[in-house]
Write a new protein. Structure first.
Length: 146
C-alpha cells in the first residue's frame, strides 16, 4: 500500500458508510481541513477508474464535514441538493484531496463547493445546499458509537 502524504491522519467518523468508503484521512481542522482518499480497487468501476458514485460520496462527505465544523458547537446537517461535475478521472493508487469553499450560511441553510484534485489536477467539482440542524457534541457522538 502506498504511503499517506505527510500531515494527514486517519479520519475517525462514526458512520458505517464512511468506513466502507474509506479509509479517509484529514489534514488540519474544522472548516479549512483538507480530506484525503487513496483510490483502491474497491473504488473502481469496470473501466478500472474511480466510480463516479465514489467521487460523489467523497465530495458530499467533505462538504458535510467542513460545514458541520464551521460552527461552534458543531451542528448536524442534511444534504438538500448536490450537483457534481466530473472533470477528470482517478485511477488505483491516486491520492485525491478535497478542499471546501463555504459560500454562505444563512439561518438553517448553507451553500458550499468542494474541489477534488490529484495534485494540481482538478477531477471533480461539486456544490451543495445543506440544511443545518441542531448542535451536537462530537466527542459524545463518538462515545455513543463505540
Amino acid at each position: 500500500m502506498q504511503e499517506i502524504p505527510e500531515g494527514y491522519v486517519l479520519l475517525l467518523r462514526p458512520s458505517p458508510f464512511l468506513q466502507t468508503l474509506g479509509p479517509l484521512y484529514i489534514k488540519g481542522e474544522g472548516a479549512t481541513a483538507t480530506v484525503g482518499l487513496r483510490i483502491e480497487e474497491k473504488h473502481t468501476n469496470a473501466g478500472s477508474i474511480a466510480h463516479g458514485g465514489v467521487l460523489a460520496a467523497f465530495a458530499d462527505m467533505a462538504l458535510g464535514y467542513a460545514l458541520v465544523f464551521s460552527t461552534n458547537p458543531p451542528r448536524r446537517l442534511v444534504t438538500m441538493n448536490l450537483n457534481v461535475d466530473f472533470i477528470g478521472k482517478a485511477q488505483i493508487g491516486d491520492w485525491i484531496e478535497a478542499r471546501v469553499e463555504i459560500h454562505k450560511k444563512q439561518g438553517r441553510t448553507a451553500f458550499a463547493t468542494v474541489y477534488l484534485s490529484i495534485g494540481e489536477t482538478l477531477i471533480t467539482r461539486a456544490s451543495g445546499i445543506f440544511l443545518m440542524g441542531e448542535p451536537f457534541d462530537p466527542s459524545q457522538q463518538a462515545a455513543d458509537q463505540s
